[in-house]
Design a binder for this molecule. Structure first.
Ligand code: NAD
Ligand code: IPM
Ligand code: MN
Length: 359
């Protein structure tokens, strides 16, 4: 029997619509092969939502996302909206949808594909075989802690404030996701914090240690975030699964992305417990190349594979998509960000066509 899924598409801004168009074509192609039917509906988020409705996250978008089986997001943001007040900036829409759907766990895999070793800015020996999963907490920490804002002090000076805060239950649930993720991998989990300085990190470390008692088969280590940033570029192969808070995870996952050659290759899955998951590339809206058909669509395409696997429990079409990505790379197709000597330079759309032809 044909299985039917309803997918909300949030193309967003910048290169978003370009990479989303490729992903939808790829999804339609695998659907046909796997006896699946997708019903797609688009919704507004970010700058395009601000332009159309005055807000970066219309209620209608939240409702559509909640009513679907999975949400596929491209990227939001751009120069045009950079000077708006924070409440109506595109980024606030993205944080809002993560929060509205309770998506507290963000899985960001960084896997080196042998085909792209030369595209990494690091030496081949350093990156060959790297396979890291960053589990980033996504709905707490300094992104959401209160108080926050720009206040005026008694002396009339302005003071900007954000608060890094985690409750025990917020730490426990992300720790469990991380231990369970590590159990399915090499059973090594490194928790990254700043417990030598921050109280919030001390609680983080204490709770992660407590939760580790439930997972005796996973080897737990701890690392300070400054050292982790250094170790990621010094010897990334030491890491299997990393768990960390919202801000540290944001920064470390961009660093991990570069090990793989380009941030244009990195997908992610944002998961909660009550609502559909949201699947999005790690990169942003790349306003510097938007509208020029230069974007690498593969992070977005690989995010659809994560959607099939983690969001819809459909590993077979997910595998097909991942294999198609490897195949086009084997055939030598490269967008500008991953170009190396002797390869065929293509734009975003042509990369999509290449994927369709191997599918
Ligand atoms: P960015 O990730 O958009 O771009 C950083 C650099 O990487 C740019 O040079 C860009 O051209 C390149 N790049 C990114 N994705 C690429 C792709 N698929 N193919 C080829 N090159 C790619 O980060 P930024 O410049 O710091 O931010 C731009 C805007 O995106 C900002 O408004 C920011 O807030 C937003 N942003 C959104 C998300 C998201 O929607 N999840 C994530 C990060 C940044
Ligand atoms: C990301 C982005 C977002 C974040 C921004 C755009 C709100 O950098 O998804 O990594 O900081 O989470
Ligand atoms: Mn980021």
């Amino acid at each position: 029997m044909t299985k039917k899924y309803s997918i909300t598409l949030l193309p967003g801004d910048g290169i978003g619509p370009e990479i989303m168009a490729v992903s939808v074509k790829v999804l339609k192609a695998v659907a046909q092969q796997c006896d699946i039917e997708f019903e797609f509906q688009e919704a507004l988020i970010g700058g395009s939502a601000i332009d159309a409705t005055g807000t970066p996250l219309p209620q209608e978008t939240i409702d559509k996302c909640k009513a679907s089986d999975a949400v596929l997001l491209a990227a939001i943001g751009g120069y045009k909206w950079d000077n708006l007040p924070r409440e109506i900036r595109p980024e606030t829409g993205l944080l809002g949808i993560r929060s509205a759907l309770g998506l507290f766990a963000n899985l960001r895999p960084a896997t080196i594909l042998p085909q792209l070793i030369d595209a990494s800015s690091l030496k081949k020996e350093v990156v060959e075989g790297v396979d890291i999963m960053v589990v980033r907490e996504l709905t707490g920490g300094i992104y959401f802690g209160k108080p926050k804002g720009i206040f005026t002090t008694e002396t009339g000076e302005k003071r900007g404030v954000n608060t890094m805060a985690y409750t025990e239950s917020e730490i426990d649930r992300i720790a469990r996701v991380a231990f369970e993720t590590a159990q399915k991998r090499q059973k090594r989990l490194c928790s990254v914090d700043k417990a030598n300085v921050l109280d919030v990190s001390q609680l983080w470390r204490d709770r992660v240690i407590k939760i580790s008692e439930e997972y005796p088969d996973v080897e737990l280590t701890h690392m300070y975030v400054d050292n982790a940033a250094m170790q990621l570029v010094r010897n990334p192969k030491q890491f299997d699964t990393i768990v960390t808070g919202n801000l540290f995870g944001d920064i470390l996952s961009d660093a991990a992305a570069m090990l793989t050659g380009s941030i244009g290759m990195l997908p992610s899955a944002s998961l909660g417990s009550q609502n559909p998951g949201l699947f999005e590339p790690v990169h942003g809206s790349a306003p510097d190349i938007a509208g020029e058909d230069k974007a690498n669509p593969l992070a977005q395409v690989l995010s659809t594979a994560m959607m099939l696997r983690y969001g819809l429990n459909e590993p077979t079409p997910g595998d097909k998509i991942e294999k198609a990505v490897l195949k086009v790379l084997d055939l030598g197709y490269r967008t500008g960000d991953i170009m190396s000597e002797g390869c065929k330079g293509v734009g975003c759309q042509a990369m999509g066509d290449a994927l369709l032809s191997v599918l």
